[in-house]
Design a protein around this ligand. Structure first.
Ligand code: GBH
Length: 465
């Protein structure tokens, strides 16, 4: 779509949250300090070949020691919200029982600093750093992990209940289940469809039990959400077999999470479609009511859109297990980021409107959106990341279009506030609106950060050029 020449800036709602996001393992470092226990990412990162260059989050961007300055930096950018995650192994080093007070104190200080700066804390309880002892006991394929998660959620909610504006139970259960247990590219590095599907169910259950625990312990005013990276899939053509391929993909990627959470049912056809991997006997009477816990909002993490057709994928690695046969990836012309992900802002409008249609008026947050580009500090001391600015601009415009169409979008969090440990890609991929020098830990606001600061402070998005 062409912008209207001379169009006026777009005004966002006055109570809109303008934030940025991070996660514990990607930024904190200090993995052995103040009683933190090991997580599955500490273990996985040490497996040869798991992370590019053998990198890990031992130091990361040293946020654990720099949180006060990092909050000042956010305040200087004019952000009114910050999404971060709590490291479960800091709160319960063994994943159950004994609470490590020093861990809770860190997040108490952080949330106090944020509140003093007028920045609303959005707290994610689980962003992939499962305590290693819980992995040793079976990890996400073991349903007991859901009960352990609820216990942990209750502890955090009781301690921080009055300080947090938005509670997010899980970040991207799709990644935790499928990257962790199907492709094996994330911790714990398992490649087994049966374990992947069992993990989905435990994660769904963990969400429901965790939401109830937060509801009970954080007080009636607590607002509870979950953050999903739903796959925005498009059929390459309108031919019935291409559309059927897209539908098969949606079933195991999106419906498997959304329908239990929103409607209290597993989607029709799911058990049949996956019967060669599992008989789903781990689903017990009463689980779906728990999973269907009341939701105050939904968080959506959006990066790209996938185009698919019916057929065999010539690029598919035959050693990678898959849940869905006969679906091939199409790579349309367009701009791709350093991750190889297509820049496709329209998908964000579609995604927001899809959830709005399923649950009209449900408050929606974009809890992550951003892009990796190859950023370097220029001779003038700045980072001229114009492609990231253009990415953010186009996606915020896409959010505006969803607002125009009636979606109840309440906030936007850029991924990420800082360059950080990008999981199996290590430190090589930079998503930050703030550059980090990994030798000196010096933070430099990129041009995109300056631009975003303007938008956040004014609540106005300039027209697309
Ligand atoms: C998020 O995951 C994580 O929450 C965050 O920690 C991480 O740093 C960030 O994103 C950046 O990676 O096949 O072209 O359609 C992202 C999950 C799943 C998003 C795969 C992109 C495939 C894009 N990703 N998805 S594409």
């Amino acid at each position: 779509t062409q912008p209207t020449p001379g169009a006026a800036p777009r005004r966002f709602p006055s109570d809109f949250l303008w934030g940025a996001a991070t996660s514990s393992y990607q930024i904190e470092g200090a993995v052995g300090e103040d009683g933190r226990g090991p997580s599955i990412w500490d273990t996985f990162a040490r497996r040869p070949g798991a992370v590019v260059n053998g990198e890990n989050g031992d130091v990361a961007i040293d946020h654990y020691h720099r949180s006060a300055d990092d909050v000042k930096l956010m305040a200087g950018l004019g952000l009114n919200a910050y999404r971060f995650s709590v490291a479960w192994p800091r709160i319960q080093p063994t994943g159950s029982g004994a609470v490590n007070q020093a861990g809770l104190d860190f997040y108490k200080r952080l949330t106090d600093q944020l509140r003093d700066a007028g920045i609303a804390p959005a707290l994610t309880l689980y962003h992939w750093d499962l305590p290693q002892p819980l992995q040793d006991a079976g990890g996400w394929p073991n349903r007991d992990t859901a009960h352990r998660f609820a216990e942990y959620a209750g502890i955090v909610a009781e301690a921080l209940g009055d300080r947090v504006d938005l509670w997010i139970t899980l970040n991207e259960s799709w990644c935790a289940a499928y990257l962790g247990h199907l492709s094996g590219e994330h911790a714990p590095g398992v490649k087994d469809p049966a374990q992947a599907l069992a993990s989905v169910h435990t994660l769904n259950l963990a969400h429901g039990l965790g939401a109830a625990a937060v509801r009970e312990k954080a007080g009636a005013a607590a607002r509870i959400a979950i953050s999903h990276n739903l796959q925005v899939n498009r059929a390459h053509t309108d031919a019935p077999d291409d559309r059927a391929a897209k539908t098969r993909l949606d079933l195991v990627n999106n419906e498997i999470l959304l329908q239990p959470q929103l409607n209290g049912v597993y989607p029709e056809g799911l058990f049949e479609a996956t019967a060669r991997f599992t008989d789903w006997s781990f689903v017990r009477t009463g689980d779906l009511e728990i999973i269907n816990a009341p939701l105050d909002a939904m968080g959506l993490n959006y990066y790209s859109t996938a185009t698919v057709r019916a057929g065999e994928d010539p690029d598919r690695d035959p050693f990678q297990p898959t849940l869905v046969e006969g679906v091939a990836r199409v790579r349309p012309e367009g701009e791709y980021t350093e991750m190889g992900w297509l820049v496709e802002p329209r998908g964000l409008t579609d995604l927001l409107l899809d959830i709005h249609r399923r649950r009209p008026g449900l408050p929606l947050y974009i809890t992550e959106n951003g892009a990796a580009f190859d950023d370097t500090v220029a001779a003038d001391g700045r980072v001229h990341d114009d492609r990231r600015t253009a990415y953010l601009h186009a996606h915020l415009d896409a959010v505006g279009r969803a607002l125009d169409a009636g979606a109840n979008v309440k906030g936007y969090f850029a991924w990420s506030l800082f360059d950080n440990f990008e999981w199996s890609y290590g430190y090589g991929k930079r998503f930050g609106i703030v550059h980090v020098d990994y030798d000196t830990q010096v933070r430099t606001v990129k041009d995109s950060g300056r631009w975003y600061s303007q938008v956040a402070s004014s609540g106005e998005l300039p027209p697309l050029a």
